[in-house]
Design a protein around this ligand. Structure first.
Ligand code: PRP
Length: 217
C-alpha cells in the first residue's frame, strides 16, 4: 500500500531537536512538527509526498515509550538513546547509529573515595537499575541498587549511596557536585530502530527513509 502512513516515534527533548535537524537535512519538511505546540503527533512531508501521497507522522514520546510503540508496531521507526535500549531491551531492529546524543554510562563516586576498597556491601544509586546490575554482575560484585528517577548525583551527596551509575556528557554535573567518574561502562548515542514486521511489510518505504537519513549523517 503506497500511501499507508509511516509512523516515527521520536524521543522528546534533546533528541527531538537533533532528529528534526537531521530529517530537515535529509529533505523532509518538518514545519508542522516545529510548530506543533502541545500536540504529540505531527505530520511531516517527505520529498515524494506530493507525487505519491505518502504520509509520515512523528510521534513524540518518552524514551521507554518509544521502544514500546515500536515493539508493538504502532510506530514503524523509533529514534531513541542507546541508554534506553540497553536498559529496557526489547525486540526490534537497531538499524543506524545516528551519531548525536553522544554520552556514556559511567560509575562515579565522591571525589577521593576509594570505591573498591573495603569489604562492606556498597550501595549504588541509578535510574538505570538493569545496566547497574549487569555491570556489577560482570565484575562478580554484589551491590545494593537504589532506583532514583533524576538528578541521581544527589544520592552520594546525601549519604544514600556509595556511588552512582549515570549518563555523563560533559562531566560538569559531576564536577560541580564534587563527584568523579571512576569507570566508563558504555558509549551511548541516538539510534534508529525499526519494528520487525514493518521492516518486511513496509520495506520499500522504510528503506527509502533509512537510506536518506544515512546519507545525511
Ligand atoms: C543527565 C545525566 C546527568 C547529566 C550529565 O541528566 O543524568 O545528570 O545529564 O551531563 P553532563 O555530564 O554534561 O553534566 P539530565 O539533564 O538529562 O536530567 P536528569 O538528571 O533529570 O535525568
Amino acid at each position: 500500500m503506497q500511501n499507508e502512513t509511516i509512523r516515527i516515534a521520536v524521543t522528546k527533548g534533546r533528541l527531538e531537536k537533533k532528529a528534526t535537524e537531521l530529517f530537515e537535512k535529509a529533505g523532509y519538511d518538518m514545519s508542522m512538527l516545529k510548530n506543533r505546540g502541545r500536540q504529540l503527533i505531527a505530520k511531516i512531508s517527505a520529498p515524494e509526498s506530493n507525487s505519491d501521497g505518502s504520509v509520515i507522522e512523528i510521534v513524540i514520546a518518552k524514551p521507554p515509550d518509544v521502544l514500546t510503540y515500536v515493539e508493538h508496531g504502532v510506530c514503524d521507526i523509533g529514534i531513541v538513546g542507546k541508554d534506553t535500549i540497553i536498559e529496557e531491551g526489547g525486540k526490534y531492529f537497531e538499524v543506524l547509529d545516528l551519531g548525536f546524543g553522544k554520552c556514556r554510562f559511567s560509575l562515579a563516586v565522591k571525589k577521593g573515595v576509594e570505591f573498591y576498597e573495603g569489604h562492606g556491601l556498597k550501595t549504588i544509586a541509578s535510574k538505570y537499575t538493569n545496566v547497574t546490575r549487569n555491570f556489577f554482575e560482570s565484575k562478580g560484585m554484589d551491590v545494593d541498587i537504589v532506583k532514583i528517577e533524576g538528578s541521581v548525583e544527589l544520592a552520594p551527596l546525601l549519604g544514600l549511596a556509595d556511588g552512582i551509575v549515570d549518563l555523563v556528557e560533559t562531566g560538569s554535573t559531576l564536577r560541580e557536585n564534587g563527584l568523579e567518574e571512576i569507570e566508563e561502562i558504555a558509549d551511548i548515542s541516538a539510534r534508529l530502530i525499526v519494528n520487525t514486521v514493518s521492516m518486511k511489510l513496509k520495506k520499500q518505504r522504510l528503506d527509502k527513509i533509512i537510506e536518506r537519513i544515512e546519507e545525511n549523517l
